[in-house]
Design a binder for this molecule. Structure first.
Ligand code: TLP
Length: 347
């Protein structure tokens, strides 16, 4: 099977497995795991921040930040197709009592004036707006990277109105490679940043939450509150260190393959896709033709037919299909997937 469902399916590299087997460990709830500490120092240094915290998942990292930057009954501004709003189980409401204020955009990029207009006035009879969440790269917008200049403008507006800014940088290093801008620059000004080790960087588990000392001290407390205090977790952190030190530069290969995939798909009948929008490792496109049976959503039909050809893809809504390139996807796999799509759409 050629698995294009997500870069989350990546398995640890041989070097990671070795590092995991040999990792020095201790009880991380007591702050005694030397490998976790090394990973946290490395992550903080990469983003030029004071401190970092190893968390089990990207979702937990995001939700710890939401919890710390909001109060029950306050609002969070985010892009309407963002992960925090769509794929985190309503946890902002369930865990923090916060209310999302989603903003619909035409291209996945929030504009400063849209954010400014969505901030409630500071009067006693309006819900306080406390947080702006950004996503770089933007998953559902075909992995769109957010340029540093736009991020700077958004941070400026948010801070001017007293909001905090959290960056969901699950794929921040993909953005850094695509924009040829250091990850630290893409994150600068954001009050907290989450990035994942377990996606394109191929570590089996784990994400990092990064910020200043005070934030990370509080984040450690909330991680325990959410049930994420882990013990001899250096075995996982060891893979994270290998991920951060050896797997970033090769992301360019995933981006090249995703672009090739997008260009091939865009030529097929029934595919609505602008390949120029694909700048990182995610290809999202709309199927503009109905399924053979009217009861089946077009993407469910397409995904099922692709599976029969040995290719796994993901779907959103009724019409959107997602294909993600990663460490295990070769040039031949891309050509095979294109051939499969050609057959499915011709038939
Ligand atoms: N994304 C997953 C699914 O949940 C959709 C994927 O396959 O892409 N932020 C962003 C932008 C993400 O894409 C994801 C995972 C997360 C946060 C959450 O990370 P995890 O899965 O570690 O909780």
């Amino acid at each position: 099977m050629i698995d294009l469902r997500s870069d989350t399916v990546t398995k640890p590299t041989p070097e990671m497995r070795r590092a995991m087997a040999e990792a020095e460990v201790g009880d991380d709830v007591y702050g005694e795991d030397p490998t976790v500490r090394r990973l946290e120092e490395l992550a903080a240094a990469k983003l030029e921040r004071a401190a970092a915290l190893f968390v089990p998942t990207g979702s937990m990292g995001n939700q710890i930040a939401v919890h710390l930057w909001t109060r029950p009954g306050s609002e969070v501004i985010l892009e309407a197709r963002g992960h925090i709003f769509n794929f985190e189980m309503g946890s902002m409401a369930a865990l923090s009592g916060a209310l999302p204020r989603p903003i619909v955009t035409a291209d996945g990029l929030l504009r400063p004036e849209q954010v400014e207009a969505a901030i409630n006035p500071k009067v006693s009879y309006r819900t306080p707006t406390r947080l702006l969440c950004l996503e770089n790269t933007h998953n559902l917008w075909s992995g769109l990277p957010m340029p540093r200049e736009l991020k700077d403008q958004l941070v400026e507006v948010a801070h001017r109105h007293g909001l905090k800014v959290h960056l969901d940088g699950a794929r921040l290093f993909n953005a850094a490679i695509a924009l040829q801008t250091p990850a630290a620059e893409l994150a600068r000004g954001c009050d907290s940043v989450m990035f994942c080790l377990s996606k394109g960087l191929a570590a089996p588990v784990g994400s990092m939450l990064v910020g200043d000392e005070e934030f990370i001290t509080e984040a450690r407390r909330v991680r325990k509150l959410f049930g994420g205090g882990m013990r001899q977790v250096g075995v996982l952190a060891a893979a994270g260190i290998v991920a951060l030190t050896t797997m970033v530069d090769r992301l360019a290969e995933d981006h090249r393959r995703a672009r090739r995939l997008a260009e091939g798909l865009a030529e097929l009948p029934g595919v609505a896709l602008d390949p120029h929008r694909v700048q990182t490792n995610i290809v999202v496109f709309r199927l503009s033709r109905p399924a053979p049976s009217p009861d089946v959503p077009p993407n469910t039909w397409f995904i099922g037919a692709m599976r029969e050809q040995g290719v796994l893809c993901g779907g959103f809504g009724r019409e959107e299909v997602r294909m993600v390139t990663h460490y295990h996807i070769t040039d031949e796999d891309v050509e095979h997937a294109l051939q499969a799509a050609r057959q499915v759409l011709a038939g």
